[in-house]
Design a protein around this ligand. Sequence first.
Ligand SMILES: [Zn+2]
Length: 433
Amino acid sequence: MTRLTSRLAVLALAAVAAFSTSTAVAQGLTAIRAGRLVDVAKGEVRRDQLILIKGERIESVQPGSARIPAGARVIDLSRYTVVPGLIDCHAHLIGDITGPPLAPLERTGAQEAFSGVRNARATLLAGFTTVRDIGTYRAFVDAALRDAINDGTVIGPRMSVAGAYVTVSSGAGEVTGMAPDVVLPPDFRFGVANSASEIRQRVRALLNGGADFIKILATGAVLTRGTKPGVSEYTQDEIKAAVDQAAQYGTFVAAHAHGAEGIKNAVRAGVRSIEHGSLMDDEAIALMKERGTYLVADIYNGDYIATVGREQKWPEEYLRKNDETTEAQRQGFRKAVAAGVKIAYGTDSGVYPHGLNAKQLPYMVRYGMTPMAAIQSATIVAAELMGWEDRVGSIGAGKYADIIAAEGDAMADLAAFSRVSFVMKAGTVYKAP
Ligand SMILES: [Zn+2]
């Protein structure tokens, strides 16, 4: 492997590599020697394995004693723990959510796109090779970023995108706080819908416009002025209208829901995942277990908001609502783990700086998961939630060669994944020891 002496050089190599994925390097054979390989499908760690990669895909995983084909590039990760590229199911690569309430109005769509380029690179280099990007105030900037990554213009994770927020007017997915006679441009309000028929219309417009799935705001939010996390903003029938319409397109709905009633409305309506789930009660947990609904609970960022948000003087209303939901969410999370609810990794990246996505892994262990279950939630379970388990989320023949590594026995302390040394996406190396 090429030894790189500076981070800049790594980025330069990544830039070159990203533009040449179809050239000789990526098409040739690569062999990775893995000291510890985490098999997330079997839930076990195997010592001394050999991963063979051809072009963008994994060809085989064999014992370390297997023969390395002549001419293969060899990457020695024998001192590392090797895992599938991580997946964040609740990322916001577009938009600065952390500013004052009207901050989105101070930036052009082009500025949002370029900061998305920066955020995408930080996310990939942190070991997250796939994200489910779960909403932007300016419609379809996420889809543009996804397409630019896919065609090699921009370095970043694979993206599945929501396109915009489906929200009631003045609700959790709106920019609120302007004078009442200020009218926002249409791209800020693309997903606003106030009845079942309007919801179906907006869902069609989003999916026809390039969104991969639908994000609906079932309750109020922590970081939207005026809205109340415990208050339901859509009825079960309204959410079901979104679910039914999305199903016609072969896709699904992710529901932002803090309050217990909103969570239950969304689960009964048939959404695929509950985002946040902060104030869930025992009935909500039982319903999620029964229906197979995924929980995507961002149990790290409450600490970030409480400390950095307070230092940076975020609105008092945001800090109060954060305090009211953080601990409740963590206790609910612990119960959901014990009940066997499917849990997919999601952090609300963008609330905290991009690239710190792995910070949540140790929190998930602290609140009841085994280290293996936490890694599975950020790989194979996340891939299943997205419907992408045929291509990502595990290291096996036929999957994309999305592979990362952290030094030593990283499963002993998942904080190690906040310092990944190696990142490969589709056979291209973006970060090397
Ligand atoms: Zn979010």
